[in-house]
Write a protein of this length. Structure first.
Length: 248
C-alpha cells in the first residue's frame, strides 16, 4: 500500500475559494505564511526584503525560508498589495524548489461575517477569522452582540494588542473582508460604525495606513494606530488610554 507524501502548501493573503477547495485533501498540510510560525526569527528575511516592507510580508519571507513549502499560493491581486507581487518574485528566485503560484482573489460572493460581530475575546476572535481562510464550508450562525468598540484594519502581526479590547468589539476593515472571503471588496473595507469608539489599525509601511488614517479623520471618535513587528508599550498605552477615555 502506497502512502501519499504530505504536500506542504503555504498560503499568502486570501487565495480564491476555488483554490482553497483544492487544499482540503488529508495529505495536504497548509501553512498560513502571513502568521508567525513557531519561533522563526523575522530577521531571517532581512537579506531578501527591505526593512520598509511591512512585518507581515517579512514574516512571509522568513516562514518560507525555514519551512520551504512544496507550493506557495500568493495573492498578488488588489485584495493583497503591490508589495506581494514583488515578494512573489523574490520567493521564486530564492526558493527554486518551491512552486510559486500567483493568484488574484476577486471573489465577490459574500460568505458572511458572523465572527466579526459576535461576543468573543478579540484576540481569539481574530485568530478564528484568520483561521477561517482555510475553511471552505459555510459558517455557523452566531449571535451578534451590541458593539461598544470597533477595531478596523488588518490582523496585526502581534495579536497581543488585541487583548486590551472588550469582548463586545466589532471587527471592520480588511479583517472583515477576510472573513467574508472577499479581500478585494473595497465597499466592505470602507465600512465602519460612526457611533462607537474605533481604533483604525494598519501595519507600519503598509499601503493601508493611508486609508486607516483617512477614515480615522472622518470618524467622530477614533484612534489611528500603526505598529511594525511587535506592539510595544507605547502602542498598547495609546489603546488603553483611548478606551478608558471612551468610558470602556
Amino acid at each position: 500500500m502506497t502512502i501519499a507524501r504530505t504536500l506542504r502548501v503555504g498560503i499568502v493573503g486570501v487565495p480564491p475559494l476555488s483554490v482553497m477547495q483544492t487544499l482540503t485533501a488529508p495529505h495536504i498540510k497548509v501553512y498560513d505564511l502571513d502568521e508567525p510560525q513557531g519561533r522563526i526569527d523575522i530577521e531571517t528575511a532581512s537579506p531578501f526584503l527591505p526593512q520598509v516592507y511591512c512585518g507581515i510580508l517579512r514574516t512571509v519571507m522568513a516562514n518560507s525560508l525555514i519551512i520551504r513549502p512544496d507550493v506557495i499560493y500568493i495573492d498578488i491581486g488588489p485584495g493583497k498589495c503591490d508589495c506581494a507581487v514583488h515578494t512573489a518574485t523574490v520567493l521564486e528566485d530564492t526558493l527554486p524548489k518551491t512552486r510559486i503560484i500567483r493568484t488574484r482573489n476577486q471573489d465577490s460572493t459574500d460568505f458572511g461575517t458572523p465572527l466579526c460581530t459576535t461576543r468573543m475575546d478579540l484576540l481569539k476572535k481574530m485568530q478564528a477569522i484568520t483561521a477561517s481562510v482555510q475553511s471552505t464550508t459555510p459558517y455557523h450562525s452566531l449571535q451578534p452582540c451590541k458593539a461598544v468598540a470597533g477595531f478596523w484594519g488588518v490582523p496585526p502581526r502581534d495579536f497581543s494588542l488585541l487583548s486590551l479590547f472588550p469582548d463586545t468589539t466589532h471587527v471592520y476593515g480588511w479583517a472583515r473582508c477576510m472573513e467574508n472571503k472577499t479581500p478585494d471588496n473595497l465597499k466592505l473595507e470602507l465600512h465602519y460604525n460612526p457611533d462607537i469608539p474605533t481604533v483604525f489599525f494598519a501595519q507600519s509601511f503598509c499601503a493601508k495606513t493611508a486609508l486607516a488614517r483617512h477614515l480615522a479623520t472622518k470618524h467622530p471618535h477614533a484612534l489611528y494606530l500603526d505598529c511594525d513587528v511587535t506592539a510595544g508599550n507605547s502602542a498598547k498605552a495609546k489603546i488603553q488610554a483611548f478606551l478608558e477615555l471612551s468610558g470602556i
